[in-house]
Write a protein that binds this ligand. Structure first.
Ligand SMILES: C[S@@+](CC[C@H](N)C(=O)[O-])C[C@H]1O[C@@H](n2cnc3c(N)ncnc32)[C@H](O)[C@@H]1O
Ligand code: SF4
Length: 450
């Protein structure tokens, strides 16, 4: 099958599989009481990873698909920070034992928008209520256009080890259309300042498929970005979902590259980054060979969670803040998505969990299959079934889809072992979808696969 036919066949809309079942399948069958029981059942030996969601930015970029809103004063940030501190105390109390935290990830939105005193206070509150591992990774997403000196000092005091900077594309007409003016000089200066306070790992986020994006423009962006020598680079496919993110409707559809152009843009990004000596990780990440993510990929320890690819090996992920999702041994639990409802729940003294899903044995098996495909691009079905104590014919329902993928060369498949060649990396989500029991056969509204 040629590339156009492949795109036509597989550019159907499938999830990014940062969880399985995916968030649209969460329901109010899981609420605060269920989540409290799950937290209380965590064993003393469980290690934790904390995700803190800060859904605020100074201005909104038109392309953004994150749960965030624009604020121009600090008052809502302070009240939100207070709710986060209360939630940290409440969650620790519900767990009821001092568990070790191995990773903290501040995401958003723009967590570095919080006043320096609030960043410090939340960080102290985590240290007070949990046992923070001495070598814990502390990561934060930063908007390089705005990082005042007092925030930088707060990040140093918090012991931040890894930062993720939004870049997207440096081409002026792309920036104009997405409503985000950001110079290379400001981005490089921000990375340098962060390295200056001891941050050892810098990640840059780029996006392909943006309005008015061209091959030459993306290549130029990448060549500039690579001079920053980031430890990691993510290149996400632009998810245009104006029915969910209304501000994206400000981006004219006619300015968006079509499926084939997206495919070529992705390929350009990959070629440039690989030529600079990085290793490709999963669907959309790249890392320097010595980086933790590359090592995790090499040793089969790579994981996929709501932040994308990670080397986080913690037993449970606890999401804090509006819309944040916890991944616990029993299932997923998501906080109320909107800030007022989240704050009201915390103020009332309860957990803010609004929905989620409890996993059954079949979900766990499929989740493991999908995570393995997304992370390692290979799967031994017999080994997987044995590890899960599953029946010999479990997952056989995936065979027709796998046979079709094999027939057109997107996977090698012998009835037991599946592997995805490097050339089929852009179609990884379509391969994972073969194991998704919940996938609607009628195309639903997700972002394009490629
Ligand atoms: C929380 S932001 C990063 C931190 C900071 N707010 C910033 O913009 O610099 C996370 C990243 O998600 C990516 N992103 C946001 N909206 C997206 C979309 N609609 N499609 C693909 N990637 C998107 C962008 O690369 C963005 O930098
Ligand atoms: S890309 Fe970053 S700064 Fe822009 S709206 Fe999204 S979260 Fe905020």
């Amino acid at each position: 099958m040629d590339i156009d036919a492949l795109i036509a066949r597989y550019d159907r809309r499938v999830p990014r599989y940062t969880s399985y079942p995916t968030a649209p399948h969460f329901s109010d069958a899981v609420g605060a009481a269920t989540a409290a029981g799950w937290l209380a059942a965590l064993p003393e030996t469980a290690s934790l990873s904390l995700y803190l969601h800060v859904p605020f930015c100074r201005t909104l970029c038109r392309f953004c698909g994150c749960h965030t809103s624009a604020v121009n004063t600090d008052a809502p940030l302070r009240t939100y920070a207070a709710a986060l501190r209360d939630e940290i105390a409440l969650v620790a109390q519900t767990i009821g034992k001092p568990l070790t935290v191995r990773q903290i990830h501040w995401g958003g939105g723009t967590p570095s928008i919080l006043p320096a005193a609030e960043l410090r206070a939340i960080s102290e509150s985590i240290r007070r209520h949990f046992h923070l591992a001495r070598d814990a990774e502390i990561a934060i997403e930063i908007d390089p256009r705005r990082l005042p000196a007092d925030r930088l000092a707060a990040l140093r005091d918090m012991g931040v080890t890894r930062v993720s900077l939004g870049v997207q594309d440096f081409a002026p007409d792309v920036q104009e259309t997405i409503g985000r003016q950001q110079s290379f000089a400001a981005t490089a200066a921000c990375a340098e300042a962060l390295r200056g306070i001891g941050v050892g790992s810098v990640n840059l986020d780029l996006v392909y498929g943006l309005p008015h994006q061209t091959a030459d423009g993306l290549r130029a962006t990448l060549r500039q970005a690579l001079t920053i020598a980031p430890e990691r680079i993510a290149v996400f496919g632009y998810a245009h979902v104006p029915w969910m993110q209304r501000h994206q409707a400000l981006i004219p559809e006619a300015s968006l590259p079509d499926a084939r152009a997206r495919f070529l843009l992705r390929e350009i990004a990959e070629t440039e980054i690989l030529a600079a000596g990085y290793l490709a990780i999963g669907l959309d990440h790249f890392a320097k060979p010595g980086d933790g993510l590359a090592q995790a990929a090499a040793s089969g320890q790579l994981r996929r969670n709501f932040q994308g690819y990670t080397d986080d090996a913690a037993d449970a992920l606890i999401g804090l803040g509006a819309s944040a999702i916890s991944s616990l041994p029993q299932g997923y639990a998501q906080n109320a998505p909107r800030v007022p409802a989240y704050r009201a729940a915390i103020a009332a003294g309860g957990l803010a969990v609004a929905r989620g899903v409890a996993l059954d044995a079949d979900d766990r098996l499929r989740r493991a299959a999908i995570e393995q495909v997304m992370c390692t691009m290979r799967l031994d079905l017999d080994a997987l079934r044995a590890a899960h104590g599953a029946a010999a014919d479990a997952l056989d329902d995936a065979h027709p889809a796998l046979a079709e993928l094999a027939a057109i060369g997107l996977i090698a498949w012998d009835g037991r072992h599946l592997s995805v060649p490097a050339s089929a990396r852009p179609f990884l989500r379509a391969v994972a979808a073969a194991f998704d029991r919940y996938l609607d056969p009628v195309p639903t509204r997700h972002a394009p696969t490629i």
